[in-house]
Design a protein around this ligand. Structure first.
Ligand SMILES: C[S@@+](CC[C@H](N)C(=O)[O-])C[C@H]1O[C@@H](n2cnc3c(N)ncnc32)[C@H](O)[C@@H]1O
Length: 247
């Protein structure tokens, strides 16, 4: 893992993301709604669920609220993020937390022990996290997640993906900066659009983004053996995609 990815372990970036960015993500409610619909269709009780790179547990909480019988495992390599997740899920007793860095296959040993039987998840979700890995590691991680799923289990990645052209990239950047500016205005921040633009382009986690096209990532999932692979929602560079492990 390089230093730019490690930025996520800092309290400052955690706060900047949770206070200034997460709430500004366009169509965030719709993304979660579609995620919950796909989960409901594939695994009606959700069952045992992993939220990988859970941040403050926003996806895990939505899943627990919709599927109260679900058992959630939340993994992240950022202590401040895990603290926020624990706080968010205080009232829920079916959530477990782990400090794990999945940038290397050894995370499986860290999370599940050397010889322990791997859990067999019904559902694995991840939100805006895996794009910090180089493409070869993303693909390898998808294979590891496939292996962790029960037959018929579902993997969904809500992710920042690559545009297919520089034009698409600048359309997305403009769109996202507008969304950030609107959100921060509503929060009472006195920042100009220019300042939001400047901060967007100089943000500390930018260098950690290694974006891959959603088509490429869906193709990897098919090659690994996932079925019903699809991009269920996409707006510019924000995509929800995934598939089901064959029964
Ligand atoms: C942009 S935040 C997204 C958080 C949350 N999933 C959401 O949807 O808001 C990315 C999260 O991925 C975590 N993360 C990034 N790289 C990781 C790694 N190698 N291992 C574990 N967690 C990682 C970060 O600590 C951070 O909490």
């Amino acid at each position: 893992m390089d230093n730019s990815a490690q930025a996520w372990q800092s309290r400052k970036l955690t706060e900047t993301y949770l206070q200034g960015v997460r709430g500004a993500i366009p169509f965030a409610g719709e993304q979660i709604d579609v995620m919950l619909r796909v989960i409901g269709a594939a695994r009606p009780d959700a069952g045992l669920v992993l939220d990988l790179g859970c941040g403050d547990g926003i996806l895990a909480q939505a899943i627990l609220d919709r599927f109260p019988a679900a058992q959630l495992v939340l993994l992240d390599f950022s202590e401040p993020m895990l603290e926020m997740a624990k706080e968010r899920l205080l009232g829920y007793d079916s959530a477990a937390f782990g400090l794990v860095d999945y940038s290397d296959p050894s995370w499986l040993k860290d999370a599940y022990g050397e010889n322990a039987q791997r859990p067999g998840y019904d559902v694995i979700v991840s939100g805006f996290s895996i794009h910090h890995q180089p493409d070869s590691r993303k693909r390898q991680l998808y294979q590891e997640l496939y292996d962790l799923l029960k037959p018929g289990g579902l993997f969904l990645n809500l992710e920042h993906v690559a545009s297919s052209s520089a034009w698409g990239e600048s359309l997305f950047a403009d769109y996202f900066i507008d969304a950030l500016y609107d959100y921060q205005q509503r929060q009472g921040a006195e920042l100009s659009r220019e300042e939001v633009d400047r901060r967007y382009y100089s943000r500390p986690d930018k260098a950690a983004n290694i974006l891959a096209p959603v088509e490429t990532q869906c193709q990897w999932l098919r090659e690994i053996g996932f079925e019903r692979v699809d991009c269920f929602l996409k707006i510019f560079e924000l995509a929800l995609f995934g598939g089901v492990k064959g029964a």
